[in-house]
Design a protein around this ligand. Structure first.
Ligand code: SAH
Ligand code: SF4
Length: 429
């Protein structure tokens, strides 16, 4: 057997069993109330002999007030809170057990789930530039803030941040350049665990999303499903989380972006959704040969099939699909690659309005790649622009704390015992 063949075969076999539904991976049994739909909450309160409006109060406390204990739900009678406690229910936010702050303000959190599994979540004040040019308000805000910083715009009246969330514990997609891939896959996150990362981070930063007289400048929060895992291999959890976040937690779907390595069944399901984040696709190569060598999963779905699936997505006015392209020195960053990429995106048959986000590869320990030369990045960027393709080179966030794209890997391999979150560990000043 060729070295490495067995491992790849196993990965493809695992992926065969998902096929976009993601139902085959176990999710943790949970006592958490957070993550439940209004219908589920109604069932719980009905079983405890209470009227349906109590479920609405419970949902309000869970998702709008983001309470952290049952005791804090003062709208519910003490008797009901005690009943819930006696039945074993708790709020169930993921617990922040470790944190690190970068020189650029980015914060990376290790989040512990009820069963001890951990994932990483990243807070990026001012966003990461990834939404520039995607035709949405989030993009307009980025541009306005840059103009203001350059003294050209009116003072900003909003606070802005992007939260990068994980969708799985580890990842089954064996991208050769990504640190998360080294973990393999452990399990899917539930909708509550995905949306719960957002609640935990918002609480950490005392973010008020509602607009009221007491809060004239509500924070603008953007979400990116770009942490650990492949969201479209946990489709059920991903889309249920989107509904919780947009329906209950006041974060519009147009402020969310989901990034996929190109799982076709997932893209087709996504194309049929009415409530959906914007889409980013990790293309990462200009032809199938290079793409298959760095992203073995793409043997299953080549670039032509990917483009065909993307043609099913009905974009909102001005919206673009973002093609992410991680520049790997000497592998996909050469002039012939940019020429192929331009041919692909400018083809008369190109299915969709798009933009390109170039990402300079972030290194990881013992990985067989190197960063592209700065001149190669500039030339690649300039060539795409010259061809009329909107292009942005992502500014890396939190590299010094391993919080940048593809650097997320649990730093605690052994789950810590449940305990209150430690204060922020500032590892850089
Ligand atoms: N699994 C999804 C989302 C998480 S990865 C996906 O692959 O799209 C988010 C982005 O980080 C992807 O575009 C991926 O190509 C990129 N990425 C992965 N490893 C990287 C690394 N080491 N340096 C820079 N970008 C990386
Ligand atoms: Fe998974 Fe995305 Fe990393 Fe590929 S790049 S291994 S899909 S997290």
């Amino acid at each position: 057997m060729r070295p490495g063949f067995g491992l790849k075969a196993i990965h493809l076999k695992i992926l065969d069993t998902f096929d976009g539904g993601g139902a085959s991976l176990p999710a943790a049994a949970t006592t958490a109330l957070f993550g439940r739909s209004l219908a589920e909450l109604t069932e719980i309160v009905a079983r405890l002999g209470q009227r349906p409006y109590r479920a609405a109060q419970l949902a309000e406390a869970l998702y709008k007030q983001r309470v952290e204990s049952l005791d804090a739900i003062t709208t519910l009678p003490a008797e009901l809170r005690e009943q819930l406690q006696a039945e074993g229910y708790d709020i169930g936010h993921p617990q922040i057990v470790q944190s690190a702050r970068s020189t650029d303000g980015t914060e990376r959190y290790l989040m512990r789930m009820a069963d001890g599994e951990t994932v990483e979540t990243v807070w990026m004040p001012d966003g990461d530039g990834g939404e520039r040019g995607d035709g949405t308000q989030a993009s307009d805000e980025e541009i306005a803030e840059e103009q203001q910083a350059a003294g050209q715009g009116s003072p900003s009246t909003y606070k802005r941040a992007t939260i990068c969330i994980s969708s799985q514990v580890g990842c089954a997609v064996n991208c050769q350049f990504c640190l998360t891939a080294k973990l393999g896959i452990r399990r899917n996150l539930t909708a509550g665990e995905i949306a719960g990362q957002v609640a935990a981070v918002l609480n950490r930063h005392n973010v008020n999303l509602g607009s009221s007289r007491g809060n004239p400048t509500p924070a603008r929060i953007n979400l990116v499903f770009m942490g650990m895992g492949e969201p479209f291999l946990n489709y059920t959890g991903f889309i249920a989380a989107v509904h919780l976040l947009s329906g209950h937690m006041q974060i519009p779907d147009a402020r969310m972006t989901v990034s996929t390595s190109g799982i076709l069944p997932g893209i087709l399901s996504y194309a049929a959704e009415t409530v959906r984040p914007k889409l980013a696709v990790s293309l990462n190569a200009s032809n199938d040969v290079v793409r298959e060598s760095v992203m073995p999963i793409t043997r299953k779905w080549n670039i032509a099939a990917l483009m065909e699936a993307l043609s099913q997505v009905r974009l909102r006015a001005k919206e673009c699909v973002t093609f992410e392209y991680v520049l790997l020195g000497g592998i996909n960053d050469q002039p012939q690659h940019v020429a192929e990429l331009i041919a692909l995106l400018k083809a008369p048959t190109a299915p969709i309005r798009s933009k390109v986000n170039l990402i300079v590869w972030n290194s990881g320990p013992s990985m067989p790649f190197h960063e592209p030369a700065p001149e190669a990045v500039k030339l690649f960027h300039a060539s795409l622009l010259a061809a009329g393709i909107p292009t942005f080179t992502r500014r890396p966030r939190g590299r010094d704390i391993y919080a940048a794209c593809g650097q997320l890997k649990r730093t605690l391999e052994t789950p810590p015992p449940a305990q209150p979150a430690s204060p922020l560990v500032s590892i850089a000043h």
